[in-house]
Design a protein around this ligand. Structure first.
Ligand SMILES: Cc1cc2nc3c(=O)[nH]c(=O)nc-3n(C[C@H](O)[C@H](O)[C@H](O)COP(=O)(O)O)c2cc1C
Length: 371
């Protein structure tokens, strides 16, 4: 990347969120923005990045820079991806189609949720970059197998299995609003799928009820082995916080883990992902790639994650705010803005590429209480 001109990011994610909030029905905004219980983890996800300070190196030639990174054995143009987020059709009529086009424009992979409003085939048809499939494994193995095979046949190039949601977290805002999907929105990936309990009931039904009846509560490491054996795709486990689970993930053949608390939407009171990141990187000792998400809103947050050892960073809600505000253009604005901020922060750290970042570039911020 040759940036001769100054890099001026106009990205203001808080302002975008305010615009999205004004446009969206309350029920939808709360579903997107909210977290579980007292939203302690949700708030900490944002605050945590500020507890780390950057320590730049100087007098490094940063005239030529490169943001590309090796992930799952292939080269990505940027070291970030769009996190799996359900029901994007609530933000914009084009839903995931707009998101995947914007992601492709910056070369960021899109992770398509099991509960996407658009099905994987429709998304692949307009995709110009990698699409990975996020799996909520069903209690019923036949249904799970059908979904995995469908995603692989459609061209998904990795399977991201979410492991932090055997039950849905207690999302008080959704209960208060009686959150449900409008009848005219479907869940494309479940069309035609034989799920015991039926898939037709997704629309209209409350999310918690649907989830509770069909998504597997009994999932164990044996199921991870089984899913790995049927997928034929690199396996990523999303939602790991404990070092021992990171080691188990490596032992069970995962190619990557996502250090994540599900955007504060599952168990409230758990640490921000960034606070356990270095420990999990050390625990895995290079056996798996370590990815991270939660509360990333600035290029400097991306730099901190990469410096602490993350290979890839997932970006969640900012994408929804861009989508709600201005569809594909809005998502592009968010992803291009983050890319430009990352490029600038990297250069100012004295690094030419993400792989140049290391632990020496980050330390506890003064007053963070960390030693
Ligand atoms: C509205 C919404 C829907 C989500 N749906 C899913 C999902 O279907 N599967 C999943 O694994 N994670 C889901 N997540 C969690 C995200 O993948 C990600 O972990 C989290 O949003 C990252 O935090 P951030 O939003 O602060 O960037 C969802 C998050 C949001 C905000």
């Amino acid at each position: 990347m040759h940036h001769r001109a100054p890099i001026q990011s106009k990205l203001d994610i808080d302002a975008l969120e305010a615009t999205a909030r004004a446009k969206l029905p309350r029920m939808v905004y709360d579903y997107y923005a909210g977290g579980a219980d007292d939203e302690l983890t949700l708030a900490d996800n944002r605050a945590a990045w500020d507890r780390y300070a950057l320590l730049p190196r100087v007098l490094v030639d940063v005239s030529e820079r490169e943001l590309s990174t090796s992930v799952l054995g292939r080269t990505l143009a940027v070291p970030f991806a769009v996190a799996p987020m359900a029901y994007q059709g609530l933000a914009h009529p084009e839903g995931e189609l707009a998101t995947v086009r914007a992601a492709g424009a910056v070369g960021a992979p899109l992770i398509l949720s099991t509960f996407a409003t658009r099905g994987i085939e429709e998304v692949m048809a307009v995709a110009t970059g990698p699409v990975w499939f996020q799996l909520y494994a069903f209690s019923d193995r036949g249904a799970t197998r059908a979904l995995v095979e469908r995603a692989a046949a459609a061209g998904a190039s990795a399977l991201v299995v979410t492991v932090d949601a055997p039950l849905l977290g207690n999302r008080r805002r959704d209960t208060a609003n009686d959150f449900s999907l409008p009848g005219d929105l479907g869940v494309g990936n479940l069309d035609g799928l034989e799920v015991p309990g039926g898939s037709a009931g997704v629309s209209g039904a409350s999310l918690a009820a649907y989830f509770g009846q069909r998504v597997g509560r009994s999932l164990t490491w044996d199921d991870v082995d089984w899913i790995g054996s049927i997928a034929g795709l690199p396996l990523v486990l999303k939602g790991i916080l404990a070092a021992e689970d990171a080691r188990l993930a490596a032992a069970h053949g995962a190619a990557a883990i996502v250090v994540s608390n599900h955007g504060g939407r599952q168990l409230d009171g758990v640490p921000a992902a960034v606070d356990v990141l270095a420990e999990l990187v050390d625990a895995c000792a290079g056996a798996v790639e370590v990815w991270v998400d939660g509360g990333v809103r600035r290029g400097t947050d991306l730099v901190k994650a990469l410096a602490l050892g993350a290979r890839l960073v997932l970006v969640g809600r900012p994408v929804l705010w861009g989508l709600a505000t201005d569809g594909e253009t809005g998502v592009r604005h968010v992803l291009e803005g983050l890319r430009d901020e990352l490029d600038l922060a990297l250069a100012l750290c004295g690094c030419r590429r993400p792989a140049d970042l290391g632990r020496g570039h980050v330390r506890p911020a003064a007053g963070s209480g960390m030693r």
